[in-house]
Every structure is written in C-alpha cells, then in structure tokens.
Design a protein around this ligand. Sequence first.
Ligand code: MG
Length: 416
Amino acid sequence: MEAVMRTIFHVDVNSAFLSWTAIKQLEDNPGSTDLRTVPSAVGGDVETRHGIITAKSIPAKRYGIQTGEPVVKALAKCPDLILVKSDFVTYRKYSSLMMALLRTYTPYVEQASIDEAYLDVSGITASFNGDVPALARDIADRIKNDLGFTVNVGISTNKFLAKMASDFSKPDKVHTLYPDEIQEKLWPLPIGQLHGCGSATAKKLQNIGIYTIRDAAGTDLLILQNILGSKAGAYIHERANGRDHSEVAYQEREAKSYSNETTTAEDIDKNNYERLAVPILKELSSKVSARLQKDHVRGATVSVAVKTGNFQRHSRQAALNTSTDSKDELFSQAKILMHNLLFGSDGLFRKGEVIRLIGVGISNLEHGENQQMTLLEWMQLNERQTRQKEKNDKLDRMLEMVQKKYGADALKKGNF
Ligand SMILES: [Mg+2]
C-alpha cells in the first residue's frame, strides 16, 4: 500500500506567556507599554527575584536572556528587565481561543502544549488552490487580527518536520521543511536542536563526534542504539532522517451545538430589558444546561442570539477558560454577551432597535470522559517541565565539573 502524502502544520505561539500577558495588560490598561516591545520576561517570584525565566520578549532575547535560566542571571545581563508574574488564567483563555480558532479550519487539531498545535490540513489545501503557505499565512493572520498575538507556522509532510520548521526564524513567520529540503534546512542544525534530543543525549552524541543532525542521520543505527539505548537510538536515527509516522491525534469534537431560543411576549428595549429579557436568559441557560448534563456533554464556547424588530438575526460568542455544563456559568456568560450585543459601543439598543427573540447556545463540545486539561493540570504540567529543566541543567553542570576534574569517563549520568 502506498503511503498517502499528508500536509501537516505546526502552529507555535511566539513568546506565548509573555505575549498573552502583554495583551491582557493592554486590555486592562489601554495605552500602557506593550511588554513585547521592551526587554521583559515572565518568571520566578517577581518580588524576591528567585526562580527561572519561563518566557521572554524579543528585545530581552537580544540581551542574551534565555528561557530556563535563573532570574538573577537574567537581571545581571539586563538590569532594566521588566519581570511579570505567571498568569495561568490568562494563558488558558488565549490558549482556548486559539485552539477554537484552529478548529474552525479543520477538526484534525492536536493540542501539543498550551501554546502549540499540530494540524492535519491535507483535506483543506484545495480551498487555497493547493497554495499551502497561503493557507498557513491565512491562519497566522487570523490569529493575529482576531486574537492579537503572533504565531509561527511550520509546514511539512509529518509532525516532526513541521515542528522543526516552526522553530526557524521568528516571529510571525511561515516556514516549510519538506523532505526534499532536509539536506539544506535540517541537516546543518546542531544535534541539540533536534526536537526530542535533550541536552544529556546531545552530550553523549557529541562525545562520539556527532555534532549536527546530518552527522546523526549518517551514523549507523546500531551505533546510535549502542550509545543511547535501543529506543532513543532509533528515535534519533528516524528523526535525523526526517521520518515520523505518528498521526495528528485530534480530539473528536462535535460540530453540533446545544441551544434554546424563544420569542418574547412583547418587544424588548432598553427600558424593559432587565425585567423581561434577563429572566428569559436565565430560563434558557437552565434549559441548555439540563440538556448538556443529561447527555454528559460540556461546551467551551457560549453564544447568544437575538432577532430584531425587522427580523435581522445578530449574535455574539465567547470562548470559556474551561468547558462547562453549569447553568449559572452559562447564565453569567450569556448576560455579559447579551449586554455587549445590546448596550455595547456598537450595540443594537444604541441604534434604536427592539428585540423579539432571544437565544442561548453552547458549542465546542466534548464528552465527559474527554475533558480538556483543567487549569490546575496545566499549572502542574508547566511546573513539572520547568523543574525537570532546572534539574537537567544542574545535572549537566555537575557532570561537566566532575568530568573536568577527573576526565570524561569518570562518571556516567546513570550513577547519580
Ligand atoms: Mg511557543
């Protein structure tokens, strides 16, 4: 059976935590300094200046500040560095919004981390006349225009190559790394930049003279397995040669939505809104919630709809931080959205319209056993990754010291 050629995207938010905090600050405080335009970083404890940098702005990068390095060290490089706290509620919000936006292009979306996703776009390139980079640019531009932050998109025929491509120059870039570009674009890179090759593995490979991905690609599989063990050796050999057979593991979500609507007994305007419309919103929210709970389904995008006196339909929707089936949460979101739709700066009541129908709905559905990671889980995952990185770096420094003192063979990492 001949393998079908896929088209895979890897979408990666540029300086995610920093960008998201920057947007949040601009929303809260219009006209304030955009953190992305000055040396700034997310990390550690802002007051005591302990801990490590978890994200940095591009101007901070120019000072040589690196993700994973101690805050103290970063401040030594750039004393004016603006430090901001982690804000997982905000991260989660923008992450959900981006994933929901990506799912409007294709259901084949695998969320790989809080700010990264793989997309299998094989089925939708035709709508861009096969112009794959134009499709990638369209996705990146929509994220930029609708959500306010930039992403890199890597394009290839498998997940690994797409991931490597998205890591080429940043920000706001689309890059290809097709199999026939491997020699030119992948092979010159240092082995440590191969996705999945940690610093310990890179060191072991460098010890036997493997410095670039090309070196690893040309090394006999058995030699790599001898040095790294059978699984890791096979992994490095496959990836260095640009091979990755893993599928985009998308979460099945139903396109369908749950909604209820009702025609109002009399026309609603700004004077009787509180008395007539708000109780209807509450009633509709309870009905939708009851149906969700009965079916063991939760939704992550809430919407409201109205029909005006001249039968025009208008709607508003918003993504939640976490999916829900609660009538109270639905009601409170629906109220905010409806208020915005009617009384907002572009609101219908401001234009003198009246309302004859009200609807509440929820979409972006998932089944109970298949819930998105909770905020707490995200935080724990992030902490685990950060701590692991700290541990690895410490271990590497110790190893280096011992090796300098007693020679390269004195100690193998397994002995720790
Ligand atoms: Mg990123």
